[in-house]
Design a protein around this ligand. Structure first.
Ligand code: SAH
Length: 233
């Protein structure tokens, strides 16, 4: 219920606040009868980011609901893990969200190149696609934090056949896509820092938990896969 309300509010504020002022034209039309046709690159970048984050939300929500049907049997949530999550939310959603709606902090703005917009769109779309695949593969084994669920199975199919943490790969791609789409140094760096906090505060503890639970099966899986970049890292 709260989630629904928040998403309506989010889309509503965006539609009311962003559209009339920026989206339709670079300059105000001379008369209100002129149909504005040009979109500035900056506004396009912001619009694509907003659409991307909405898509992210609609992938994440049903998956979280589905996973809740299997009870948590081993919970490794910690303040450290919470800090990583909060940093990721701030860097990948709050800071860019504030920037998109208010333009703050404008002093770090720079001109957006057409190639950066195109690259950002591809990278952000790839992030959402991988994010969706990971949720499909993990199914009821998904958790927002470090948890083992009832009947937890080790998934090693789809993106999990080449990397152990494709969801974190998708967060890295989101951060890179955000840095390309939103032409502001502060916002670009914030996304990368948010990702780094989440990933480095969590990954070793997650792998330790998986080894404790799955033993040699997970060690064997580790030998065959990389962490977040196929064949490299
Ligand atoms: N690190 C993974 C999953 C993130 S969700 C990724 O980036 O794709 C976090 C939860 O997923 C953890 O609590 C753990 O229980 C579960 N998990 C991680 N890897 C898994 C795997 N290969 N199979 C099943 N569950 C996994």
């Amino acid at each position: 219920m709260l989630g629904k309300l928040a998403s309506c509010l989010f889309v509503g504020v965006w539609a009311i606040g962003l559209f009339p002022r920026h989206v339709f034209c670079d300059q105000r039309p001379a008369t209100k009868w002129v149909i504005p046709v040009s979109l500035s690159l900056i506004t396009l970048g912001k619009t694509i980011w907003v659409l991307g984050i909405i898509a992210w939300y609609f992938v994440r929500r049903p998956a979280a609901r589905r996973a809740k049907r299997n009870a948590v049997v081993n919970n490794r949530r910690s303040a450290r893990d919470g800090l990583g999550l909060v940093a990721a939310i701030i860097g990948l959603a709050v800071v860019p969200g504030i920037y998109v709606f208010s333009g703050f902090p404008a002093r770090f703005d720079y001109p957006l190149a057409g190639w950066a917009l195109a690259l950002g769109t591809i990278v952000y779309a790839a992030a959402i696609w991988i994010f969706r695949r990971t949720h499909k593969e993990l199914g009821r084994n998904w958790s927002i934090s470090l948890e083992i669920r009832e009947e937890h199975k080790l998934i090693s199919t789809g993106p999990y056949s080449v990397i152990r943490h494709p969801m974190y790969t998708s967060f890295l791609l989101m951060a890179l896509g955000q840095a390309c789409l939103l032409a502001n140094w502060f916002v670009g760096v914030a996304g990368l820092i948010g990702f780094a906090f989440l990933f480095f505060l969590r990954v070793q503890r997650e792998e330790k938990m998986m080894i404790e639970f799955f033993g040699p099966q997970y060690r064997d899986y580790m030998d065959k896969t990389k962490r977040i970049i196929p064949y490299i890292y």
